[in-house]
Design a protein around this ligand. Sequence first.
Ligand code: NAD
Length: 408
Amino acid sequence: MSDSAQRYFEQAAERLGLTASEKKLLLTPHREVRVQVSFRMDDGQTATFVGYRIQHDRARGPMKGGLRFHPEVNSQEVLELASLMTWKTAVVDLPYGGAKGGIAVDPKSLSAGELERMTRKFVDEIHDLIGPDSDIPAPDMGTNAQVMSWIQNQYEKYHGFSPGCVTGKPVELHGIEGREEATGRGVAIILGCTLAQLGRKMGGTTVAIQGFGNVGSYAARILHEMGARIVAVSDVAGGITHPQGLDIPGVQAHQSATGKIAGFAGSRAISNAELLALDCDVLIPAALGGVLTQENAGQVRAGIVVEAANGPTNPGADAIFNERKILVVPDILANAGGVTVSYFEWVQNRQHFKWELADVRDKLEKKLSRAFRDVWEISQEKSVSLRAAAYMLGVGRVRQATKLAGLG
Ligand code: NAD
């Protein structure tokens, strides 16, 4: 496991008084799979990539976690992300364990047909290890509802009708209303809880967001609707800023028309590094992991960091933020909206009963507000950071389930 995830786990384990054997049991992944994914390219050549699925822990239920298509995917990163899912599902109290998967590939370099053939081949290799009662994939970086549909279809060739084998599907094919926006909406809900707890208002709060994909763009849109001023957003090519606040629906329209956010009328171009150090109330990293480091943590000017991405803050940066009294809302709480609505989708699929959007949003708000309250209370009682409190809650719940099952 990577340094960050392991360090945060170790700190929680110490505070909870876990024994060495309990720690080993909780850290050792249940199963790690690495497969060859080869398929025919449009030009007739065979392409070969490496695919991963790592199932971290199943003490609390079937394992759940996204599937990432990105050139930097590797077993170390997938294991870290799988363990984050174990603690995250426990923090929100979903009846799941944690898993993660991915293929080390740049999906933008493939045609739609190539992407479909690659996805189906990956399912051929892992179909007997996943399923509605064992391990349920979902979208992450580089994957979307279309990829989830191919996964369902390919899985069903082996196992028959099983819409609950994957979540994040299109609404027209067993998906749930509100799944696509769920992680971004969850980020907005959690920021709302944080501000309310601090006696502050959303109206006029200035926010900078790194990443304008699924999570970043929905977070920006929903926070904009809630009255926040989104002063900067960025994508892989760089960012744009406006001190008075960007017109987010306008930025989205510009992105749809041109494929990028750069050049949005009236905005000023900034780099991703400048965005992280921008003068604003709230910084939301919503792209890659490991972007906040010992080197740049001292330059962050926001008073609150909400981790929409998985693992954006390394332990060195985390220590600097704690010292500087910058409030960090950790990933395993802040971005749990996605897995929460994935859970609702799975329940919908199992009940064969379609949920209304208003119901989804209402239940998401209740679930996340409850998790925020639980984490906040622990942080106050034990005088620890929100990250330490969230890990104590998540690791504590997994340890308890493991014990009750007679394992630990
Ligand atoms: P996405 O692929 O839809 O979007 C990623 C965004 O990040 C894009 O705007 C891309 O241009 C930008 N980006 C990529 N490389 C970058 C770089 N080097 N610098 C700056 N920006 C860069 O992915 P997503 O689904 O929005 O996921 C974003 C993050 O949120 C990831 O860390 C993911 O693990 C996490 N997350 C996603 C979900 C979900 O439901 N999709 C749930 C929980 C957590």
